[in-house]
Design a protein around this ligand. Structure first.
Ligand code: NAI
Length: 270
């Protein structure tokens, strides 16, 4: 059901790769709620061509940007502001990649060149996006920026590898930039800590099936899926959550505050 929550609002959605992507669902949901959007992803992801389908469906231009590249981000915000004739009201940062995970190097044997690359893409990119936007005054007053994260920022999940460190920094950047952007222009910045979700990035984590089943059994409401995550992000882009900023918000069916569930205990007793 649509509520027109984003009527008249304009936004940039980073990170829709294919139909499984959380950003894909957020784009669809934002448009359903009346928003106009620009889609962005890394040039290599654009070459896969799938994003054109979403662009057509959402009537949205696609502007490529490698989030580790300042010129690309300048170009993205310049073209977006030309397209809309002004600033945007919301930004979704739905970007993550670890070369150490891809190459199967465990945390205690990380290659630091890989670590740097993953950090630049997964964490520092949020700072780059916000800094570029602030310099260009590209986000309107009361605008809302949401970045996606995972609870491995707070607790150890051994196979999440260096992405755990990246998420911890990402959440810290949201908090710190949220302070400066809030005082300067009432722009809010939050992270949404999502349940494990079957996507290209998610499935790249070793032992993902066990991981997602465990989380399902450890969450009173079960795992939140990508469409539900999109609902939550839309609420954060809307005017109904204007005073929420600098928060890490768990969207995980209760996983983060559950010590143990009956289902897990029963399994341990077998
Ligand atoms: P996905 O693989 O569909 O999305 C990741 C996106 O990052 C892709 O679109 C990819 O092209 C983009 N990306 C990678 N390098 C880039 C670069 N240099 N410049 C611009 N974009 C780049 O996977 P998913 O799961 O939708 O990931 C979205 C976000 O959600 C990530 O931050 C991820 O860590 C987070 N998340 C995912 C969970 C899961 O279990 N799938 C759980 C909690 C958070």
């Amino acid at each position: 059901m649509a509520y027109n929550l984003l009527k008249g609002k304009k936004g940039i959605i980073f990170g829709a790769l294919n139909e499984q992507s959380i950003a894909w669902k957020v784009a669809q949901r934002a448009v359903q709620e009346g928003a106009e959007i620009v889609l962005s992803n890394a040039p290599i992801a654009l070459r896969m061509g799938e994003l054109n389908k979403l662009a057509e469906e959402c009537n949205a231009p696609v502007i490529g940007a490698d989030v580790t590249n300042n010129d690309d981000l300048n170009n993205l915000f310049t073209k977006t502001m030309e397209h809309f004739g002004g600033g945007v009201d919301f930004v979704l940062h739905s970007i993550g990649m670890s070369v150490n995970v891809r190459k199967g190097l465990p945390y205690y044997e990380n290659n630091y060149d890989f670590t740097h690359k993953g950090f630049d893409i997964s964490a520092l990119s949020l700072h780059r996006v916000l800094q570029t936007a602030m310099k260009m005054d590209a986000i309107n007053e009361w605008g809302s920026v949401v970045a996606l994260t995972y609870i491995a920022a707070q607790r150890v999940f051994p196979d999440y590898n260096d992405m755990a460190d990246n998420k911890a920094v990402l959440e810290s950047i949201a908090r710190n930039f949220g302070y400066f952007y809030g005082t300067k222009k009432k722009v809010r910045v939050n992270t949404v800590s999502q349940s494990p979700t079957r996507t290209t990035a998610g499935s790249g984590v070793k032992g993902f099936d066990g991981f997602i089943n465990y989380a399902e059994k450890m969450s009173p409401l079960g795992n939140a899926d990508a469409a539900q995550c999109a609902d939550y992000c839309v609420s954060l882009f809307s005017d109904l959550t204007r005073m929420v900023t600098m928060q890490n918000l768990f969207h995980d069916g209760g996983f983060s505050y559950t010590g143990v569930t009956k289902e897990i205990i029963e399994q341990m007793e077998k």
